[in-house]
Design a protein around this ligand. Structure first.
Ligand code: PLP
Length: 453
């Protein structure tokens, strides 16, 4: 295998081999399964991948936040290969295996909260959220669930209902699941005009209090679910004081607080879990869902919660055939071992230091960058047509992204308005690669703004 060091584009994108495969894709795969960069991967290493035509891309998307440890980490590959030689599957519901219980024990220790916890495994982020909601309803004996504007929790019936962006996630897929309600997320950059940042926290809390008066009595609410940092919504960090107040409201009314750490978990934010930032001011979630970077790309997700809550589901009521697959749980144990040993949380902070400095310089230079935000290496920039009006620059965002991949950088958009660029680079990226990627990004922004491409 060729060693990959930096991005290098040697053909038009798509190259001839990718083009041939794209034709097969188009003929055989529904276009509802979206496609982004028109290329086919041949191999991945660290923060880079090579396509079938020999082009090398730098990956700031990380398979949508799944590759915090990078492509094909040698130690994970070795652990997986060894496990494959032994057995692929048995099902925890039939015969137990050590890696399932060891990983549960590990997550119970890692997830914030000085109380007894239990963990179950499923296969995807959406499934983890589904199970968290099932368990919360069973435990509280209540039906209603509150989610937020801008939220993304998945594409299954229940999680699509919890998800807030209508197009493309919900449009035409009605009827939705029952008992889901929505309140406004504290999106400080887009708070109502005339309200200061500090007062906006009261504004958003009052909206929730009003919701209880006008829509659903709090004693009927089983859980409030939120992402500690909104992912698909645009990497929006809710203020600490808002979280503190939200926890108080939950405690007052016996409502469970579910933190969806599917995108923010496993060192992305400069902590192993983003809810560790809550821990600093004494707030804990009752249930935490995690997935994505947990197993370096093998399908695995987890629901971790207070033991008493997790015990609410009856025997056989939660789980499934493939849940907590032996190969995936083996990979996860190795991922966590490497992340702890090599301090991946610190790597995320190091990336943030370099990237945030560059983003701030770019914000000074380019009218199109309206906001910069994030925690650790969960960073985004929001593109606007005008800094004062904050009119979303969706078309320009897409052009910047296209300019990026044409020049060897894969990076994704986010946000209900589609005008955020989010950064999910593998945390093992080198400083040199990071700077190359930021140069490609800046050149793309410059070309789109200067030349109105
Ligand atoms: C916060 C959050 N929850 C849930 C999901 C759904 O995960 P999956 O696509 O694995 O079902 C995602 C996926 O992006 C997510 O970011």
């Amino acid at each position: 295998m060729k060693e990959l060091k930096e991005p290098k584009i040697i053909t038009q994108i798509p190259g001839p081999k990718s083009q041939a495969l794209l034709e097969i894709r188009e003929k055989n795969v529904p276009s509802g399964v979206s496609s982004y960069v028109p290329t086919f991967i041949k191999q991945g290493q660290g923060a880079l991948f090579e396509d079938v035509d020999g082009n090398v891309f730098l990956d700031f998307a990380g398979g949508i936040g799944v590759l915090n440890i990078g492509y094909s980490h040698k130690e994970v590959v070795k652990a997986v290969k060894e496990q494959c030689d032994k057995y692929f599957h048995t099902s925890i519901n039939v015969v137990s295996y050590e890696q399932y219980v060891r990983l549960a024990e590990k997550l119970n220790n890692l997830i914030p909260g000085n109380f007894e916890k239990k963990t179950m495994f499923v296969n995807s982020g959406a499934e983890a959220v589904e199970n968290a909601i099932k368990i919360a309803r069973k435990y509280t004996k209540r039906k209603e669930i509150i989610a937020f504007t801008g939220a993304f929790h998945g594409r299954t019936l229940l999680t699509m209902t919890l998800t807030s962006k209508v197009k493309p996630y919900k449009f035409g897929f009605e009827p939705f699941a029952q008992g889901v309600h929505r309140i406004e997320f504290p999106y400080i950059y887009r708070r109502p005009k005339g309200i200061s940042e500090q007062n906006s926290i009261n504004y958003y809390i009052q909206k929730l209090e009003k919701f209880f008066l006008e829509n659903v009595a709090p004693e009927n609410v089983a859980a409030i679910i939120l992402e500690p940092i909104q992912g698909e919504g645009g990497f929006i960090v809710p203020p600490d004081n808002y979280i503190r107040e939200l926890r108080n409201i939950c405690d007052r009314h016996g409502i469970l607080l579910i933190a969806d750490e599917v995108q923010s978990g496993f060192c992305r934010t400069g902590k192993v879990f983003a809810t560790e930032y809550w821990e600093e001011f004494g707030v804990y979630a009752d249930i935490v869902t995690s997935a994505k970077s947990i197993a370096a790309g093998l399908p695995l997700s987890a629901v971790t919660g207070k033991a008493e809550i997790m015990e609410a589901a009856q025997v056989g009521g939660i789980g499934g055939t493939y849940c907590g697959n032996p190969v995936a749980t083996t990979a996860a144990l190795k991922v966590i071992e490497v992340m702890e040993r090599e301090n991946y949380a610190q790597k995320a902070n190091h990336i943030a230091e370099i990237a945030m400095k560059r983003f701030n310089e770019m914000k000074e230079k380019y009218e199109i960058i309206g906001d910069i935000r994030g925690r650790g290496a969960m960073m985004a920039i929001e593109l606007v047509k005008n800094k004062d009006t904050q009119e979303p620059a969706k078309k320009e965002t897409n052009k910047v992204l296209q300019e990026c991949w044409k020049n060897g950088l894969v990076v994704l958009s986010a946000g209900v308005r589609g005008n955020n660029i989010r950064f999910l680079m593998p945390l093992i990226i080198t400083d040199q690669q990071l700077n190359i990627g930021l140069d490609i990004l800046e050149n793309a922004i410059k070309r789109v703004t200067d030349h109105n491409i």
